[in-house]
Design a protein around this ligand. Structure first.
Ligand code: BG6
Length: 484
């Protein structure tokens, strides 16, 4: 397949928190990858803005180190690092004070696209937005990019939205959920809306249930202090799993355009049913030999925060009436694997009565690590022996089917940053979407607090707490294997 790289227009991108972890791991290596592929034009400028006492050369050294550490093999071989570093600049800035803002203003050029990436805690979003305007740095075409967590409940998300709306129009605000930048997540839309095959079956008449699993094998590690105030529900379900659910469940938008897509996603979130206490399970990973337990990682021997959550929810509309959506996510599980499985109903009548068990068709969309799609189908087992049936996957693992193009699959962040420059908000969350997601999440978390719910301890390397198995068993179903 031919790759078609269209350079974006020249831009000035300011990264607040430009020395931070996310900038070093994802944003800067991602930009460099787009520079190597020819998508970031030579006239583009990236300006790190942070509290660290650095000059432009010091920043370039830091970025070169970050790319060496996190950039991977392809980047190491790109050979254009000196030219990329030339595009970098740095301003030492105080987000809550006056220092650095006048200098930043002198560095922003007229007649190029300007984007401001808030790679900082949400507590600073309002301060930075305000100063960008009071120092007359941003204009009506500037874009601002904000990271999760976008609040910790509905009230705080509303406050954040209000503080940004006071300074910028919604069309200028890009709320990142990096799951929307993942290759297979976008493929989900291509599969649903680019093929005739699936859409007629995509409803309660043919689909038995849907499973969304995002499993990680690592623990919370050094992020324990942050994570303990959040937990799996806020950290993963309210945003990433919710976005996956929206893409699976939404009605076909009239076109692939930001508001058409986001309107449909919003309708799904608003139609989500509340989750009853017996329809959710929380867990915490225990110790594993010398490896610390969740509570040790969190630094709180009495922490009640969940590192695992599984739940069952339903969508109250015609398409999905009666179809359960089972969601689960957790850390320190058996494998790092993320999958959406659409499990179809059993045949209304089998003509092959003698031929043993019957399975259901399953469309499995594997997000990571091996991006691809399989469709489990029933065929006749080849050779003699009568009409014996076999269940086999029609496999479209992208690395095999698409060859080199799939191996070069871009990181979620780089694609999303290019979309910011292109001014395309389709893969970003709108303010009302985020608020609706919190409106569904809040009562779940409140019910845990009210009931003093204690997470079940699960064994690291397992599939999570036993109770999560029962969540499906009682409905006569079972979770799919967490295979890597
Ligand atoms: C982040 C969460 O948003 O997503 C992390 O804060 C989580 O806790 C991460 O580990 C998972 O992202 P990915 O792309 O590795 O699946």
């Amino acid at each position: 397949m031919v790759s078609r790289v269209i350079p974006v227009d020249p831009f000035d991108l300011v990264i607040f928190g430009g020395t931070g972890d996310l900038a070093r791991r994802k944003i800067l290596p991602g930009l460099f990858r787009r520079f190597c592929s020819g998508q970031m034009p030579a006239e583009a400028r990236i300006i790190g803005a942070a509290r660290s006492d650095l000059d432009a050369d010091g920043y370039r050294t830091m970025v070169a180190d970050a790319i060496a550490e996190f950039g991977g093999k392809t980047l190491a071989e790109c050979g254009q690092l000196p030219a990329f570093l030339e595009a970098l600049d740095y301003v030492m800035i105080d987000a809550r004070g006056d220092q650095g803002w006048a200098e930043l203003k002198t560095k922003i050029r007229a007649n190029v696209i300007t984007a401001y990436y808030f790679s900082v805690g949400p507590g600073l979003f309002g301060d930075i937005a305000k100063r960008l305007n009071s120092w007359d740095i941003a204009d009506a075409d500037s874009r601002i990019v904000v990271e999760k967590p976008f609040g910790r409940d509905l009230a705080s998300a509303k406050e954040l939205n209000a503080s940004l709306a006071a300074e910028f129009d919604e069309t200028q605000i890009y709320r990142i959920d990096h799951y929307l930048g993942k290759e297979t997540v976008q493929n989900l839309m291509a599969i649903r809306f680019g093929n005739l095959l699936f859409e007629p079956l995509w409803n309660a008449q043919y689909i038995d249930h849907i499973q969304i699993s995002v499993a990680e094998s690592v623990g919370v590690g050094g992020r324990g202090a942050y994570y303990d105030k959040s937990g799996a529900m806020r950290d993963m379900v309210q945003n990433h799993l919710m976005q996956l659910l929206c893409l699976i469940a939404m009605e076909p938008p009239s076109k692939f355009d930001p508001d058409a897509v986001r309107d449909e996603k919003l309708k799904v979130i608003r139609a989500l049913q509340p989750v009853a206490p017996h329809e959710m399970v929380r867990g915490q990973y225990g110790p594993d030999g010398d490896d610390p337990s969740y509570r040790e990682d969190a630094g709180d021997a009495r922490s009640f925060t969940e590192s695992y959550v599984a739940l069952k929810t339903q969508i109250a509309n015609w398409r999905w009436s009666g179809v359960p959506f089972y969601l689960r996510t957790g850390k320190r599980l058996k494998a790092r694997t993320s999958e959406i499985a659409v499990v179809f109903k059993e045949l209304p009548h089998s003509i092959f009565e003698e031929s043993g068990d019957q399975t259901q068709n399953v469309l499995a969309i594997q997000l990571q690590p091996n991006e691809g799609i399989t469709l489990d189908v029933t065929i006749k087992e080849p050779g003699p022996g009568g009409m014996r049936l076999a269940h086999v996957p029609l496999d479209m693992t992208f690395a095999e089917t698409l060859g080199d193009d799939a191996e070069e699959a871009p990181d979620a962040y780089e694609r999303l940053i290019m979309d910011v420059i292109r001014g395309n908000q389709t893969l970003f969350m709108r303010g009302d979407e985020v608020e609706a997601a919190w409106a569904w999440t809040d009562p779940i978390i409140e019910s845990w607090v009210d009931r003093h719910d204690v997470p079940k301890v699960y064994e690291p390397g397992s599939t999570g707490p036993e109770d999560a198995l029962a969540l499906l068993h009682r409905d006569g179903r079972k979770w799919r294997d967490l295979a890597p």
